[in-house]
Design a protein around this ligand. Sequence first.
Ligand code: UGA
Length: 455
Amino acid sequence: MKIGIIGTGYVGLVTGVCLGKVLNNDIVCIDKVEEKINLLNNKQCPIFEPGLTKLLNSSDGGNIRFTTNYNELLDRDLIFLCVGTPQNDNGSTNYDYLISCMNDLADVIEPGTSTYIVIKSTAPVGSADILKSFIANKLESDRGLILGKDLNIHISSNPEFLKEGSAVEDFLNPSRIVIGTDDSESKNRLLKLYETYSDKCFCTDVKSAQLIKYASNAFLATKISFVNSLITYCEENNINLHDVTYGMGLDPRIGSSFLTPGPGYGGSCFPKDVASLSFEMEESAENYPDNCILKAVDTINEQAKMWPVYKIIDEFYDTDICLLKPIKVCVLGCAFKAYTDDVRCSSTITLIEQLFILNKNVQVSVYDPLANDNLASYFSDRNYNIEYTDNVYTAAENADVTVLMTPWPEFLALNYSKIKCFMSGNVFIDTRAMLNYDVMNSLFKYYALGKPQKN
Ligand code: UGA
């Protein structure tokens, strides 16, 4: 099929490359940012996603073109909207990028045609109607074209369930493909596109499809926050929370996934989607019963992010001067999870911001296998004393405390005796409780989130 993709971020690029190279379709990817398009036309990926560059450069599968020109969308069987839907200050979803796509489409679509638009971006219930009325108004006011008479536009929803770091893998092995349509031709086209995975397709209406996406992310976030809500209780009662979640997960009704306690969930999806669903639920009806679950999920997440900060305060707060001592903190990992270079809403950001609030004279050294540059650019306008290094042992030099933040598998293989020799202090905080408990306790004053403290 001829497929158009608008937006070449994580969602658009993975979708475009996989629909082209795995499912053999002819793809046109559009982005407004020319540098990105140039990079992609030179077969380079602007994002890190395992397996993506290889697929992009594969000679197998369908053709993929990258362009800034919306006219190239005119012959497409389906046009996917894959642009960002960031969070407004009040938690609601910002539609600016979606509206901008409709604006540009309205300039090029031709009378006498039917255009099949699919929202892949995570967008709230009701957004399809908003986009449709926007484009209808624009077509009428700019070009005198009446929707439904001079031309047709159908908007459907096909949310994505790809995880960063395993997005290609997830595309190849989908748990489900949700097809939300309000017209039969959109449904037929989407079913044809995904015929390889026909047993995984679930068809419903547009609004239900959109809510499936939000409810899924919010539910996974709820599982994480539920477990994180037990951290302090387990600490106070000397209970290993990891044993508790293991035991819970043995019940297939509960399942073992997304029960790992940690320093809060991050990334570009869970925090924003929990906030958006929470906002929409409260907006949708006056006197809506207090939306306590999603609010609690968010509050617990913010508390979980503070766990390493409180451990540092316990160890290094100077009560005489009411400030944190001017320590050096070595931070291992700043990506919000392993196998990505994404630092959006990463707990490492909270940790570093809090350290500099507690004493502007602290020193921080950061090592991450992929995400250092993104963290450096996030903090580029702050006057923080942060050293970014591509060597763990350099990062540990003269550190009073080392904090492991991102669960990169390579951290399992580090030489912690050597790290200790480089450090000037002996406190190690493992927010993922991923290191050998006995070895680490023999070397350091070791705090492992969710595990009882030994010394
Ligand atoms: C999430 C969903 O898992 C995808 O299904 C969805 O498509 C995607 O959002 C999206 O909406 O685009 P992602 O944000 O890439 O994917 O990351 P996850 O692997 O879900 O992890 C999110 C956060 O939860 C991370 O900070 C991770 O460390 C944390 N987490 C995860 C835990 O703290 N404990 C767990 O047991 C699992």
